[in-house]
Design a protein around this ligand. Structure first.
Ligand code: FE2
Length: 378
């Protein structure tokens, strides 16, 4: 089997110092065609709560942003108010998608210095945003496609979200969907671009390659992909990177690259404490998940061993199971969240396992291919 786990990097002093300590995901910002409707969708379908708003009423004249939150998961939905600007061009090219993966840091100026010094391309030089609740320091560098990593330092801020935003009070407050925080975010990159981006995360951001899947691990009868999982020095932030591999037909990564018109975020994986309850709830709110055939469940326990959950609700809902040396995990994948077959969500419950569900790849990719085939893109 060609999966490898890389325990340590080389022994130089540099490799042992975490020059970019990240405290997790601060927020995920999407550029969308209609942020008002998107915010309503995420509140209704996933149980997010209204948090903050920025737009003409707060002095922002060219765009509107809605901030929604659920536990430690914060999304920002931003839309352009006019054509002829960067956000409008982004939406025209990519459709709705992730623009910013914003990361929590203690020192956003140092994060920018450390990463740009190592070859990161600046998106935003450190800026201090102030209001009567304190200050937020923000900086950013480009990553794959038109995606950006922002570094957010908010230790001197106790406002609702960030200077420039006001509280968004809504009379419509659907109950929470049990979603907790971002577990990992996966990027799809072009042919032969996985290794250059792995090197970017190693060199520029001090990440380590903790898992590698080659096209023999991740292939079905028709299509294949390769993937490497990059983890921040302290393990709080994980970014798997996929590239397409040659198969008999078009792979899911190629379909994404075609429809996103470039590289970008393929899925955001969101943690829950009780996947059965969460998925039942999300389904009742109208979220559709990939269907897994009954045959998957016929022998899954032979593969993964004993689990705490009853198998029946897992099979009814289409929840996948995998085990590694440290425990097991339960996961499920939504259908795309917009009409383009691009971004989707994974819901994941970890019970000790720190891996990514390799044992499920075949069943999952076959499920994805059935959807791809229905769209005429296989
Ligand atoms: Fe994932």
């Amino acid at each position: 089997m060609s999966t490898t786990t890389v325990a340590t990097a080389n022994n130089t002093t540099e490799a042992n110092i975490d020059f970019l300590p990240l405290h997790g995901t601060d927020y995920v910002e999407f550029y969308v065609g209609n942020a008002k409707q998107a915010a309503h969708f995420y509140k209704t379908a996933f149980g997010f709560q209204s948090l903050a708003y920025a737009g003409p009423e707060t002095g922002v004249m060219d765009k509107v942003s809605y901030v929604i939150r659920q536990n430690q998961l914060t999304f920002v939905l931003t839309t352009p108010l006019r054509s002829g600007n960067e956000i409008a061009a982004h939406v025209a090219k990519h459709g709705d998608g992730v623009k910013f993966l914003a990361l929590k840091v203690d020192d956003a100026t140092d994060a920018w210095n450390q990463t740009t010094m190592r070859g990161g391309k600046s998106y935003l030089e450190p800026v201090i945003l102030k209001d009567d609740k304190g200050e937020v320091v923000m900086s950013g560098i480009h990553t794959y496609g038109e995606t950006v990593h922002l570094f957010i330092e908010r230790k001197n801020y106790d406002g609702i979200f960030m200077p420039g935003f006001r509280e968004w009070k809504s009379t419509y407050n659907p109950v929470s969907g049990g979603l907790l925080y971002v577990d990992h975010c996966v990027g799809n990159v072009d042919w032969n671009q996985m290794n250059p981006w792995v090197k970017f995360y190693e060199d520029v951001m001090g990440f380590k390659n903790i898992l590698t899947f080659d096209d023999k691990d991740i292939s079905t009868e028709y299509s294949a992909l390769m993937s490497k999982v990059m983890s921040s020095g302290n393990g709080f932030v994980k970014f798997p990177i996929n590239e397409p591999a040659k198969g008999k037909k078009k792979s899911q990564v190629e379909e994404y690259l075609d429809f996103y018109d470039g590289e970008g975020v393929q899925h955001v994986a969101i943690a829950t404490k009780n996947i059965v309850e969460t998925v039942k709830d999300l389904q009742s709110r109208g979220i559709e998940f990939l269907k897994i055939p009954a045959s998957y469940y016929a022998d899954v326990l032979d593969r993964v061993g004993k689990i705490d959950e009853d198998l029946q609700p897992l099979s009814e809902l289409g929840i996948l199971i995998d085990r590694d040396e440290e425990g097991y995990l339960l996961q499920i994948f939504s259908k795309p969240l917009q009409d383009r077959p691009t971004l989707f969500f994974e819901i994941i419950q970890r019970k000790g396992a720190r891996s990514f569900g390799k044992g499920n790849f075949k069943a999952l990719f076959e499920a994805l291919e059935r959807e791809q085939d229905a769209r005429g893109n296989l």
